[in-house]
Structures are given as C-alpha cells and as structure tokens.
Design a protein around this ligand. Sequence first.
Ligand SMILES: [Fe+2]
Ligand SMILES: [Fe+2]
Length: 243
Amino acid sequence: MLGEHAVKTPEDLRNMPKEYQELVTHLMLVHTEGELTGADDYTQVFYNLAPNSYEKVVCCERAIEELQHYQLSSEVLAGIGVDTDYMLAQHFKERPYYANELVRGVRTWMERGFFSFLGEAVVLEHLLEFETCSYEPFSEIFVRQIIKDEHVHVAHGFRIVRDACRSPETRTEAQVALDRLWPHVLALFGRDDSHRSQQYVKWGLRKTTNGELRKEFVRKTLPKLSELGLSVPGMALAPAGVN
Ligand SMILES: [Fe+2]
Ligand SMILES: [Fe+2]
C-alpha cells in the first residue's frame, strides 16, 4: 500500500502510474460533485422543509460550508488541470454520482434529520479516510476544514432525530423515516465487491474497502439508534451497548 501523503504535489502525481492518476482523479471528482450536491440539498430541498426561521438559517449556513468544500476540492482538481465548473450548471438530480434516495429524495423534515445524522455520517467515514490519503493536496483540505464542519453537520442531524424521539408520536414518525431510508444509508457505501474500492486501498487513497467500512458503521450506529428507541432490520444481531 502506498503510504500517507506519499504523493506531495501535482508534479509528483504526473510521475505516478496512469492507474493511480486515474483513480485519484475519479475519487476527487466524485467527492467534489458530492459537496456541490450537498449545497443544493440544503438550499433546494431542506430550506423548503425547514419548520422555522432558525432551521432555515442553519440550512443557509450549511449550504455556504458545502460550497466552500466544493471550492476547496475543485481547486485541488484545477491543480492537475481538471475543470469542474460544468458541475455548477447541472441540476443535482442530473449529476452522475450519489444517485441515492437519501441525497436526492428527502421528503420530510424528519428525513432531513436522518440525512445528516446517518447520511452525512457515512460521508464522514469516507472523509476520515481521505484525511490520510496518499495524495497530499487532497488530504490537506480535510485536515484544514472539511472534517471539522462535517462533525457539526452530523451532530445537528442527531439533535433533530433525538428531539423527535422524546415523544412517542414523533418517535413513530422518526421510525417511519428510518424504515424508508436505512437501506439507502447502507447503499451509500457502494458495493461490497467494488473493484475500485480495493484499488483505492492498494494505492493508499483509502484504508478500508466498502464492505469493511459499512460493517464498522453499522456496529457503531445500532447502539445509538437503540438508545433513541429506534430499530432497523437485523438489529437483534447486534444489541445496544455492544462495542
Ligand atoms: Fe461537505
Ligand atoms: Fe455536510
């Protein structure tokens, strides 16, 4: 496996094997597009669902942060001659990546809570891997800003769901949202047998494959759901409190 921050500059990248160059470019394109789609979700979907002015303000703040993440990531791509301006003209539902119900199909404020509590948490699991990835200009943006912001995004989603779970009526609403979205949360990790995720590990762009990362996420998440009085299929296999 290629070591942490082994490839330091765009010039170093040009001297790497073509396979590495293609993989890192693909990884960065997917990430960059995801950040922009996040900004669109906050402005075009969640803003309209927000129950009060405070939550509308939060949606605007999150959109600014996601746009800043897009800019940071697109600058790294620009450094190797890849222009991502075309993404700005696309509607988020027309983009090629993240064609997932959690990202494109949130219908209620409760589902918006799960988008952040679980969906952005899945993304954060990936970003924590990018923090130490072999291409340093890319890893650096996660260390500098993105990881810190995303922890806040996930925590806000948790608060929305936690507050809902304090009364039986709204906890039922939360369970309905979770039932619909849980399969899409798991799908966000991609396929277990993804050849590309194995290649990412080989080249030090990630530490773990899709399947390993999903398994670990489920292990960490089930006790949190159980504490809120929520459940998902298969939960009995991993009771609350098991670490
Ligand atoms: Fe982001
Ligand atoms: Fe985010």
